[in-house]
Design a protein around this ligand. Structure first.
Ligand SMILES: [Zn+2]
Length: 316
């Protein structure tokens, strides 16, 4: 039996249980945190993270994949605290979350050095702890796959080849970045079964989604509740999921919300906060799954997406 690294140590894959594939317990601009820590209420942020961890456990969730990375404020010790206090198992990532720019440190060093940094987190531990990363994270968005973004993808691919860890790639379906992302992984020789193209639920273009599935990857239907910012809305997202279930793809989708217990990207009174009023870490259980079941999805298909696919991807 394969093992999976969580922030509290390795577990047997059979103990992963019901899993949300993509959530964040604290998202912060780490450069701002480092320079002006007085801006942050650590206790309040911790409390919100604990509340969400307990809320998902009430729905039978045993584990959450946390694709935190550089530039998302990843903090392995913080996640360990949340896990230890609640018993929720957290699988954290290593990697870099950028749509375009890299710090000079990485601009002037090669892709293999970056891959070594990622491999260090997987094999030795993150941020001078013994907390090991369970997967790799990279991102491409509306800016396309430029030089720096390509470098991060190749570094993830090489670290994956070296360590066996799977990869989650944030994508931008409106510009079909997933296809180029897959092409890079393929050039680097990564097994597509180890790849999850995140945010594929942000489109109703079944031809595009079909091309990704033909490539043999997992797809993240993982932004429920964000429909006002990234269409389609929950109903539109469910229509796509139901169609893919009909086509026999239950074994390729993960369900999640990409929720952030707290996020510092917008001030509290920013209009964006109202647009995401429905967004939560439990929306999938409160609204999405009931609607899918009512429209003909089976309990078995839901179980495949929540109980099987995250484990299959993490241990591919
Ligand atoms: Zn995310």
């Amino acid at each position: 039996m394969a093992t999976i690294e969580t922030v509290t140590g390795a577990i047997d894959e059979g103990d992963l249980g019901r899993t949300l594939g993509h959530e964040h317990f604290r998202t912060r601009s780490e450069m701002v945190v480092a320079q002006w820590p007085h801006l942050y209420d650590e206790d309040a942020q911790r409390e919100r993270a604990l509340e969400d961890a307990r809320a998902v456990m009430e729905h039978g969730v045993k584990s959450v994949c946390v694709p935190d990375a550089m530039l998302l404020g990843r903090d392995a010790a913080f996640l360990k605290e949340i896990s230890e206090e609640t018993g929720l198992q957290l699988v954290v990532a290593t990697g870099i979350y950028t749509y375009e720019e890299l710090p000079q440190y990485f601009v002037n060093r090669d892709v293999d050095h970056m891959a070594d940094c990622f491999a260090h987190d997987i094999e030795e531990g993150i941020q001078v702890t013994d907390i090991k990363a369970g997967f790799l994270k990279c991102a491409a968005d509306a800016q396309g796959v430029g030089e720096n973004v390509e470098k991060v993808h190749r570094a993830c691919a090489r670290a994956s080849k070296q360590t066996g860890a799977p990869i989650m790639a944030h994508s931008h379906p409106p510009t079909q970045t997933g296809l180029r992302q897959l092409e890079i992984f393929d050039e680097e020789g990564v097994d597509p079964a180890k790849i999850q193209i995140a945010h594929t639920g942000d489109t109703e273009d079944l031809e595009y989604v079909g091309k990704l599935l033909d490539g043999g990857v997992f797809i993240g239907m993982d932004r429920y509740g964000l429909g006002n910012v990234f269409p389609p809305d929950t109903e539109g997202r469910n229509k796509v999921v139901l169609e893919l279930l009909d086509r026999g793809h239950a074994d390729r989708m993960t369900l999640s919300q990409d929720f952030c217990s707290t996020i510092d990207w917008f001030p509290e009174d920013h209009p964006m906060r109202e647009l995401v009023a429905e967004w939560s870490m439990t929306l999938v259980f409160e609204k999405v799954i009931p609607a899918l079941l009512e429209s003909g999805a089976t309990e078995g298909q839901v179980a495949t997406m929540l109980d099987e696919n995250p484990r299959r991807w993490l241990t591919a």
